[in-house]
Each structure stands twice: as C-alpha cells, then as structure tokens.
Design a protein around this ligand. Sequence first.
Ligand code: AGP
Length: 609
Amino acid sequence: MCGIVGYVGPQQCTDILVDGLRRLEYRGYDSAGLAIYDGKKVGVVRAVGKLQNLVKALREHPLEGSLGIGHTRWATHGRPTEGNAHPHVAGDVALVHNGIIENHLELKRQLVEQGVKFSSDTDTEIVAHLVHRERQAGHDLATSLRRALALVHGAYAVAVIDAKQPDRIVVAKNASPLVIGFGDGEMFCASDIPAILPYTKRMLPLEEGEFGVLTRDGLELTTLDGKPIDRAPRTITWNASQAEKSGYKHFMLKEIHEQPRAIEDTLRGRVDLHAADVVESEIGIDANTARSIQRVYFLACGTSHHAALYGRFLVESIAKIPATTELASEFIGRDPVVGPNDLVVCVSQSGETLDTLAALRVAKEQGAKLLAIANVIDSAIPRAAGSSFYTHAGPEIGVASTKCFTTQLAAMVLLAVFIARRRDVLDKDRAQSILQALVEIPHQMRSVLSLDDNIRDLARSLAGARSALFLGRGVSYPAAVEGALKLKEISYIHAEGYAAGEMKHGPIALIDADMPVIAIMPDDKSYEKIASNVQEAKAREGRVIAVANRGNADIGAIAQSVIYTPKVDPLLSPLITTLPLQLLSYFVADFKGTDVDQPRNLAKTVTVE
Ligand code: AGP
C-alpha cells in the first residue's frame, strides 16, 4: 500500500514530507520520492529501498520549497525501480498516486498513439500525462485533474502539483484513503493520519468521489464533478501508535477488517463479468498453457499451503484437471516427479519463503511450467518462476496472515475459472454466476465483520481451553486447517484442523467436555455428512461451535454456539467462513494477552529451510 503526503504553507517542506513518509513506513514500501516546487520549477528526487536512501539522495540533490508532495511506493505495476518510483512528472505536473488504474493498458495505448513517451512501467504515469494533456489544452490544474480522472477506472488517491499554478495541491479520492490536515496558514494531505499528526490534529478524511484543492487558506472541497461539499474537520484524539493502526488495538485486527478492500483490489481489472471470464493479461499464464497442461501442482507452506488446498479443490471441480497440493518442504524432501505437462503453482504471500523457492527450483529443473502467486511484487519466487499472478492485499504487518490468505483464495477462484474457460469445461452462465458471486464477496465479508462483538463474547469462553479441534469437509477443509493454525499461532492453544470424515479414525478419542470442536458447516453438498460427524462429537460431550449459514434452523439443536454467516455460492464459502475463525483466534489471543502481532518464535518471512 503506497503512502502519500503533501504540504502547502509557509515552511520549508522537505523535512515535513520525509518525516511524514517515515510515519507511513508501517504500510510497507519499496521506493520513495519527493517533488517540491522551488520557486521556478518542480524538482523531483526518488530512491529505491528504505527512506534513508531517499534522505541520502536529497543530500546530494537538495530540494527546497514550501509546496510539495511525497510518496512511498508498494509496487503493483512495474518493478521497484527508481524510474517506477513516484512522483511521476509530465511537463510541469508532478503526481503521486495510491491505488490501481484498471484501464491502464487501454489509456497507455491511446497516449502512445498520440506520441507520449513513457519513462516508467507504472499505471500512475498515465494519470500524470493525462493531466498534462489537459493543462496544455488550457484548463487549470483542478479542471485538468477532473477531466483526467473522468477517463480513469479504478482505485486512486492522488495528489498533484504544477509549477505553473504553484499555490495549490489538488487531490482526489476513490477507494484509496486520503486525509486532509488543517494547520494554521498551512494545509497537509496524507494517506493516513499518523503522517501529519505531529503538525495538526484537525483532520478531514475524504470520502469516495471527493475532490479537494488545498491552498494556504484552506480546503475547497467538492465532488469529482465540482459540486461543493460542506464538511468540517474533526479533532483526532489518538496517539501516534493508535493512529498507525487506524484506532485498532493490533495490526492483525486492522488487517482482518481490511479484507473486503483487499479482495476488491485483487479483483480490480481482472474480472470481465460481461464475457464471464478472467482477463488473460492479469493472470500470469496464457491460454495455450491453460489448454495444454495435464495436471496442476500447488506448492506452498503454512497459510499459503491452506490457500493451495482450496486451489486444488477448485481446479478439480471447476477446471476438471487433476490437481495436487503439497507442502514445499516435503516436495523437496523426496524425489518428486513433475514435467512439462504440469503447471506448478508456488503460492507465497512474501514471495521469499525458502522452502517454496527451493521447491520451485526443483520443479523448474524438471521442466514444469511455473506460476507464482505472491503478494510482494518482484520478490524471489515470482522472479524465479518468470510468471506471476499478484494478489493486492497490500503489506501485511501482523505475523499471522489474514488478508493475504483471503486474497490468495480469491486468486485461486480466478485461476480456476480462467483455466476452465480456456478448456471449454465451464459454461458461460456458471462462470458468470461464480464471478458475480466473487465480486459480491467483499460486501458479504463486511456483514461478517460486523459480528465482531458476538465473536468476542464467544472467544472469552474459549480462552481457558487447552486444545481445540477444527472440522471441515470438502471446500471447508482448507478453512478448518487455517482456523486451527491461526488459533495456535497467536493464542498458543493447541489446535488441530481435521477433515471431519477423519475424526472417527482417531481424534474422536480426544473429545470430552473440555474439548471445543469448531465445525465449519455452510450449506453445501457436505453438510449432511459433517452434521453427522458433529453429532458424534456432541454425543461425547464435545463443546460444539458451528459456523453455519443464516437461515439454518436445525443447527441450534446440534451446536452449543453458532456463528451465522451469509450464504454465498458454495464454492466460495471459505472466503466467508475464514473470517469468524480469524476473529475468534484474535479475541482469544487478546484475552490471553499474548503478543498478537508478533507471536513468540514466529517470523513473517521464513528464509531458512
Ligand atoms: C501464516 O499465518 C504464517 N505466518 C505462516 O504459516 C506463513 O503462511 C508461511 O510461513 C508461508 O509464508 P509465505 O506465504 O510468505 O510463503
């Protein structure tokens, strides 16, 4: 997730902007830059890597002035290089952007045909050129940005300055955050409150479709099409650390609540509902590969392995190709047989996990076709694979993965539908209903996240448990094993995720009144069977907590507690049932007082075998 900061006022702003970017570091970034108006022109300095590299570059090429914008970039389109870092410049215009421009390929093609030369691979530079084109046509900066954004589909928070109108920053927001800070004779903007909290406590978070012109005198706030908006700033009472977490107690809880947005970003520009298809240029494999492969082999570790289990389920049920999922560390520990007819999909949020990288290398040596599903652009696994499909969860700070997992699940749906459509095994109507249900998932997720308080109460009663069993069948099995992993990672309660049908083959011996049994049982073809398994647990006095669909009138007779979730397409239910399990683990851990964001013995990126 990129970070934006901007300043207009009487002070020299270089330090204010760098300081603001430092306070946005928690959002994750791979390059940074500033653009400052020096009285004559806009100067730009950018650097790859940490902010100290930008500070060093600023020592060599100082920027001075009291109008400026700054940016930390989390790469989504184009590698993390200096050329791709923001601000992007076109003529006298300098622009920073957070978000994803969906129709960037089409807009870029049009601009190239008009003779525009691009100096980066980013979607953002397109917007800078669009604004510049409007400036050349004689429009003022605000009108130029409005006219440019009218052509853009996608998510954005943008801030733009221009040497020919150097008294203002013009900003706009659609689906990416931007907050305006009100100083005394000075104004600020930023992606998040902490960036500017040391300078002002009077803030106005922009809402969707809002547009602002910031000058020393204040803010002129309108809609994108120019209708005035009258809204007063509010006073922020958070301290800096609370502000970083947007008021949430932990990053993990914040990231759980960010999931609807993360899924929207991961789907953005990739789903063609009209054609009932997935956009080929976005998915990392081409139609020939999709048609020719005879097997899909998923390799991953930990939570990503659980997403891969869901991928296996979908590839078999939607794309009708044999699929296997294996722990990367086991794959390299034996003599696996894969070859040119196999598509090996390595799944990793960090893109750096050594076991997964080593497994990818083994598959590569054997001539398999490769695809990486990763969240960090240009990380080791996508680079080694050569083909990549990025999730757009944004940086995940909590060690226990949440939003990266659900965006991986969404990626699996896109991959399976893409392959299925190429092989003519999924008719248009069914593809359309799956994709339509997928784009509605963020909305359903929001309704589950609003159950927060009920789940907190349930968690209180689990905090004393020594062990817990998570059961799922079919499509819910990956959610069960992920639920168990979350609980053990952050609460240190022993938990097992089990295929419900296996319970009678061993784990049933563990069940007694002290054993919570969490059963994931949405309405699908496995429901009757898992209901029987749960009855078996209940008969042994197991304390059953069911995750079931709203409207299920029978579940109350089987389970002691029920978390009701909205009914979605049965194939997509893990995208929903996962959320209450994350919340349950989170609240149990919080009651126990563990270090939720940095649980003992765990690392976010595991680069040892
Ligand atoms: C998830 O909560 C864990 N932190 C861990 O299992 C993680 O998923 C695993 O180490 C794999 O990481 P990766 O997705 O970055 O490859």
